[in-house]
Design a protein around this ligand. Structure first.
Ligand SMILES: [Zn+2]
Length: 343
């Protein structure tokens, strides 16, 4: 994923004038905690050790770059693991062209808990990794692949642990909604202007090649005619001292869901992670999912202070297991589980 401002470098000034400028807004403009339903049952405990293990397992395959054996092997692992929880699992293969002209084979993976439930919540995460560490300060490292421990693996792991936990609940402890984990592929092979010398965007119509799996899914929903009350996109939710702010498109398209999540986090003690702070819009899978009519919020790691959109490890080789902290995964996983049980 990337910030929208650099994608629209030429239009940057106009963007600032016409829409929300991506520079940070003062905290006092942000939403404040409010009372949530006290009657909702307490969610089961989210097991951060299990989430950590799911992260480490994905990273151990090596970078999950489409067309590479590690990508296929990790995809097979995710399908098998989700099936082992007793869930209905579907695979959606697709092909797509990336900005550098590579024809890739991708696969979205969809697992359903309580598929019969009419009311549904969708959890999204991308399971591929960016093919190059092009945000490295050291130019010599910019063509190296990266582990994607936070950017990819941690979010898949949190979603998997949530649905594993749900799948183990006795019937009387089941939430009132069905939950779908939708793991999208090929999010991270997008065009980021100027980071790698001589790199050109070969896509027509100014396509930038981000979020190819979610774009495909949004146009060809699996299951067919899929509907959810709302979606929660997880992306980069595993790094030590992670912070989650209210992102521009999430606020525009799914304000009530943002409030629901951040208020729940505050109520159960995770306001050090979920900051009541509004920040600019980014390009991420939720953009296309929102276009498909599912109001969807992006929970992604945003620096607590300063002008940067992404933490220092983003799209660098520093995004490896040494970053990963169970406490951050617990904060996100427990909050999302409680949001589900509040329904
Ligand atoms: Zn990324």
């Amino acid at each position: 994923m990337k910030n929208i401002l650099s994608r629209l470098t030429l239009l940057a000034a106009a963007v600032c004038l016409l829409t929300a400028c991506p520079s940070e807004k003062p905290a006092e403009t942000a939403s404040q905690p409010s009372a949530t339903t006290d009657a909702a049952p307490k969610a089961p405990a989210f097991n951060a050790d299990s989430a950590y293990a799911f992260t480490a397992k994905q990273v151990a395959f090596g970078p999950r770059v489409p067309n590479k054996p590690a990508h296929v092997a990790c995809g097979n692992y995710l399908v098998a693991k989700l099936k082992s929880f007793g869930l209905t699992v579907r695979e959606q293969p697709f092909t797509a062209m990336t900005f550098d002209g590579t024809q890739i084979k991708g696969r979205n993976i969809i697992a359903q808990y309580q598929p019969q439930a009419a009311r549904r919540v969708a959890l999204f995460a991308h399971w591929d990794t960016r093919p190059f560490a092009d945000a490295e300060k050291d130019k010599a490292k910019r063509l190296l692949p990266l582990d994607g421990a936070s950017d990819g693996a941690s979010a898949v792991a949190v979603a998997m642990e949530i649905i594993r936990t749900l799948s183990q609940q006795p019937e009387k402890m089941a939430p009132n909604v069905g939950v779908d984990v939708i793991l999208v592929d090929a999010e991270d092979w997008g065009y980021d202007a100027g980071l790698i010398e001589g790199q050109k965007n070969l896509l027509q119509d100014n396509g930038d090649g981000w979020c190819l799996g979610s774009q495909y899914w949004a146009k060809n929903m699996v299951p067919p005619n899929y509907k959810a009350e709302y979606g929660i996109l997880l992306d980069m939710v595993g790094a030590k001292d992670g912070h989650f702010t209210s992102e521009g498109t999430s606020l525009e398209k799914a304000r009530s869901v943002v409030d629901k999540i951040w208020n729940t986090a505050a109520k159960i003690g995770y306001s050090d992670y979920f900051l009541f702070k509004d920040t600019g819009a980014i390009t991420d899978d939720h953009v296309y999912i929102n276009q498909a009519g599912i109001p969807t919020v992006d929970i992604y790691d945003h620096p607590a202070y300063g002008e940067e959109y992404f933490p220092a490890y983003h799209h660098t080789t520093a995004d490896n297991m040494s970053l990963i902290d169970r406490k951050t995964m617990k904060a996100v996983g427990q909050t999302v589980l409680q949001v589900i049980y509040n329904e």
